[in-house]
Write a protein that binds this ligand. Structure first.
Ligand SMILES: NC(=O)CC[C@H](N)C(=O)O
Length: 529
């Protein structure tokens, strides 16, 4: 082994004072940038002898050095953070991360009050305070949590850690507290919470034959009798904020199950849709209920007549009869009226920001920066109402104005709650059913839950990509105080080795890469048929 260089010796000596062992030292020496950053940091401070520094300090400084290895001293601002760590003002990794973010973004000198606020300096968490704040959050999101049960654990923790003051609480204590309170709310785990059953292992011994039981009969309805679909609520079980809405709903349905299969008419259905069809139509039939075929036709630019016919034929080919065939566009007038209602309730506003501006408000390019509300958000409701009518009357071109929902931009960790667009201006192709009657069209997020509500759907079953949408779905129905159907999610059917997206299949067809939508290499249902 060669002698350590003076630089290495200096690092080794200081790492020992910081209580950092051999391994971090080796890592630091291996990376030139990190070694240089450590040298800079350590040359500016005087550490007490070994054992004189709190054990956490070394780890925090190490996080600081690694995170700033590319920005250098940031004009003395890093030294400020180093001192804040040494003085015990910054006590956790989350605080150091916030401090790094602060000095990277700050022009000029550190503003101490601003720094303290951004980094949660001085916020102490007694067990009582922790308990109280977790309780308040759980109370506010109780309905969602009751719906998701133990699956709510991770999203709850993540939201608390990213979007509330609790991010400054000791992480292990926070986790314990959330654990305890969810357990108190939800009670013991039951079959709905159980992880999927493992397949029994194939017999290991060579030549051993699987045991076959005579007369073993598998029920045709097994998918509705166990697992996810067996654990769903009964009609009437979805709690309402306006209880009378449930009465009216049950009167309309007679307490029967009502579901819907809601494809966009922008392509032929593929093998993945056969699962959606079987679940939605099958679940209703199994329970003696009904299922709508509803075309989700809110985007005239992608829709064509032939897809409507093909979709209906495939549903029938699979052996199901829709209760009624409906269209989201049947409800354009009612949707428009509810949009006005939303504005009047001060829960919607007309916004003129560009897509880039909206993205910035949502926390920047990769949604990591602080979120903020746009200047249109707090305009008077009268003004938004007038502008919405202007949008309807064709006074705006696409992208010049949109209706946004006034959700929870700042405090929610769920991107589906960041003031989603409800209505946009489109001036492309005429709508296949309403022609050019409308210049504005509602988005999926605005339309879907409301159409479910109009049709008195009891179970709105969709794939797991929509899990985050459940919160915005509930938010909108509750904001308008209308009947709220219950969305629940199942895993989508995926096959590898083929393409399972209508949009992508459409590209293969239009690009001439396949013979057509019914090319057998595609797993479209028309091809399979
Ligand atoms: N909620 C849902 O089931 C999503 C329906 C949507 N129209 C789609 O086809 O993706």
């Amino acid at each position: 082994m060669s002698e350590p260089t003076p630089e290495e010796a200096f690092l080794a000596e200081n790492f020992a004072k910081l209580g950092l062992g051999e391994k971090p030292l080796k890592e630091a020496l291996r990376n030139k940038k990190i070694a240089a950053a450590w040298n800079e940091v350590l040359s500016e401070i005087e550490l007490p002898e070994e054992g004189g520094v709190d054990a956490k300090v070394g780890a925090l400084l190490s996080a600081l050095v690694t995170a700033t290895k590319d920005v250098g001293g940031a004009d003395g601002k890093r030294a400020f953070v180093v001192n804040a760590v040494l003085e015990g003002k910054l006590k956790s990794k989350a605080q150091v991360e916030a401090a790094v973010k602060y000095i990277k973004g700050k022009k000029g000198d550190v503003d101490v009050a601003e720094f303290d606020k951004e980094c949660g300096v001085g916020i102490e968490f007694t067990p009582e305070k922790l308990e109280k704040e977790v309780r308040a959050y759980i109370e506010e999101h109780k309905n969602t949590i009751l719906g998701q049960r133990y699956k709510a654990f991770t999203p709850t923790l993540v939201t608390l850690k990213t979007s509330t003051d609790l991010k400054w609480a000791p992480p292990a204590d926070l986790k314990k507290e959330v654990d305890a309170q969810l357990a108190a709310l939800l009670g013991p785990k039951d079959e709905c919470d159980a992880p999927p059953k493992k397949q029994p292992k194939a017999p290991a011994a060579a030549g051993a034959k699987p045991v076959k039981t005579e007369n073993e009969e598998i029920s045709k309805n097994r998918m509705f009798e166990e697992g996810f679909l067996a654990g769903l609520h009964r009609p009437g079980g979805n709690e309402q904020i306006v209880p009378e809405n449930m009465e009216a709903h049950l009167n309309a349905t007679g307490g029967r199950v009502f579901t819907r299969f809601p494809p966009e008419p922008n392509g032929y259905l593929h093998i993945g849709h056969s699962k959606a069809i079987t679940i939605n139509f099958g679940f209703a039939r199994y329970h003696g209920g009904e299922c709508y075929l509803r075309y989700d036709d809110t985007n005239p630019e992608a829709e064509e007549e032939r897809y409507f016919t093909a979709i209906r034929e495939i549903v029938e080919w699979l052996g199901f009869q829709p209760y009624k065939i409906t269209y989201a566009s049947d409800h354009f007038q009612r949707l428009y009226e509810l949009a006005e209602d939303l504005i009047k309730r001060d829960k919607g506003y007309i916004c003129h920001c560009s897509a880039e501006e909206v993205n910035l408000q949502r926390g920047g390019k990769d949604n990591r920066g602080p979120r903020f509300e746009c200047k249109h958000r707090n305009r008077p409701t009268e003004e938004s109402l007038q502008e919405f009518r202007n949008m309807r009357d064709g006074k705006y071109k696409p992208k010049e104005a949109m209706l946004r929902m006034k959700q929870d931009m700042l405090n929610s960790g769920n991107p589906q709650m960041w003031d989603l667009t409800a209505y946009r201006v489109l001036d492309g192709a005429p709508h296949h059913r309403t022609g050019d009657e409308w210049k504005i069209y509602p988005t999926y997020d605005f339309t879907h839950c409301l159409c479910d509500s109009f049709e008195n759907i009891s179970h709105s079953l969709c794939t797991t990509e929509f899990i985050n949408s459940r919160e915005s779905y509930d938010w909108l129905c509750n904001a308008l105080e209308i009947y709220r159907p219950q969305q629940r999610e199942y895993g989508r059917l995926n096959l590898t080795g083929t393409i399972m997206s209508k949009r992508k299949i459409a590209k293969l067809v239009s690009g001439g890469y396949v013979r057509g939508w019914n090319d057998p290499r595609l797993y479209t249902l028309v091809a399979i048929r």
